[in-house]
Design a protein around this ligand. Structure first.
Ligand code: GDP
Length: 350
């Protein structure tokens, strides 16, 4: 499944959020084969009301939602990119995720020490970004040196190596200007050529502004949140406001009391749904469903995939043997029957 890594400076609320997200996920999908794989990895069901509608229509024995894997990557601190031991280990964990969720502290609480002495989202974001930039620069420099030796065996790999080198030179320049690799315009060929490096600043980032419960209803009244919003748009990143504390309190309430509690804070739903939706949208993901008596199941695809490609997510044979698809409108939903080829599957996420 999709992997999202939770990072951030110490004491910003990462563990609180991670534990709450995992607990909430469990509660929302009682019959989902749910687990915490390692202490810091939790799989959470993606909430989606369409799945339940389909499941009821088909009288399915079970409903299987899409899932996201959250990884709590603690320990990313200033100097991590320089460290040989632990620092590098954290960075290598980040290398393995599809998206980064950086928790940024936007709540004031004198009892909880901030590593830099005061709540300062811009500085927090800069510190983490710089570590990611340093790590990428280091990797890129080593790779460029290697490419300069030009060991390509045939003309095809030579072309690819040239594309990689040219892309890396441009990314290096951007990084030295303090910009992330994802801000560099690359051709599809170049993207493919640098993919193997798993550059950290190529990964999409969502800033999770952790606010006090009193700010949840109108987060824009909090100047720290405003600062994060501005930075997020500058850095082409997503932003979600959440209160890790509230998420954590929610897990301790029986489900019928949760809605009441959220209402008393002036919001309609817990932050988890928002966080997942933002992750999906930033990564350009869509969901489609298969439905029958045995089960109704959600599948995750990339926006713009054709119907055969989407079918191939279930099994590569489905893509090879694809004949045609047909769209029908039924009870307020667009349903696609598979047979046809080359219909854009965007239509599948109603
Ligand atoms: P981590 O080091 O980033 O994993 O931070 P933790 O999740 O351990 O949180 C550090 C401290 O901040 C804990 O005492 C939490 O209870 C507290 N904390 C986390 N989120 C909030 C919040 O939204 N509001 C307040 N007031 N405290 C919070």
């Amino acid at each position: 499944s999709l992997r999202a890594g939770i990072v951030g400076l110490p004491n910003v609320g990462k563990s609180t959020l991670f534990n709450a997200v995992v607990e909430n996920g469990k509660a929302q999908a009682a019959n989902f084969p749910f687990c915490t794989i390692e202490p810091n990895v939790g799989i959470v069901a993606v909430p989606d009301p369409r799945l339940h509608v389909l499941s009821e229509l088909s009288k399915s024995q079970r409903a299987v939602p899409a899932s996201i894997e959250f990884v709590d990557i603690a320990g990313l601190v200033k100097g991590a990119s320089q460290g040989e031991g632990l620092g590098n280990k954290f960075l290598s964990h980040i290398r393995e995720v599809d998206s980064i969720l950086q928790v940024v502290r936007c709540f004031e609480d004198n009892d909880i020490v901030h590593v830099n002495g005061k709540v300062d989202p811009k500085s927090d974001i800069d510190v983490i970004n710089l570590e990611l930039v340093f790590s990428d620069l280091d990797q890129i420099e080593k790779r460029i040196e290697k490419l300069k030796k030009g060991k390509a065996k045939d003309s095809q790999s030579k072309v690819k190596e040239e594309a990689e080198k040219s892309a890396l030179e441009r990314i290096k320049q951007a990084l030295m200007d303090g910009k992330p690799a994802r801000a560099v315009a690359l051709t599809e060929f170049e993207k493919d050529a640098v993919k193997h490096l798993c550059l950290l600043t190529m990964k999409p980032i969502i800033y999770v502004a952790n606010v006090a419960e009193s700010d949840l209803a109108e987060p824009e009244n909090n100047s720290h949140v405003n600062e994060v919003m501005n930075l997020a748009s500058e850095l082409r990143s997503g932003i979600v406001t959440i209160s890790a504390q509230v998420e954590s309190e929610l897990t301790e309430l029986p489900s019928d009391e949760r809605t009441e509690y959220l209402k008393s804070l002036g919001v309609n739903e817990s932050g988890l749904g928002n966080l997942i939706r933002e992750t999906y949208s930033l990564l350009g993901l869509r969901t489609y469903f298969t439905s029958g008596e045995k089960e109704s199941k959600a599948w995750t695809i990339l926006a713009g995939m054709t119907a055969p490609q989407a079918a191939g997510v279930i099994h590569s044979d489905f893509e090879k043997g694809f004949i045609r698809a047909e769209t029908v409108y039924c009870l307020g939903y667009f349903l696609i029957y598979w047979w046809n080829s080359n219909r854009d599957v965007n239509n599948l996420s109603y």
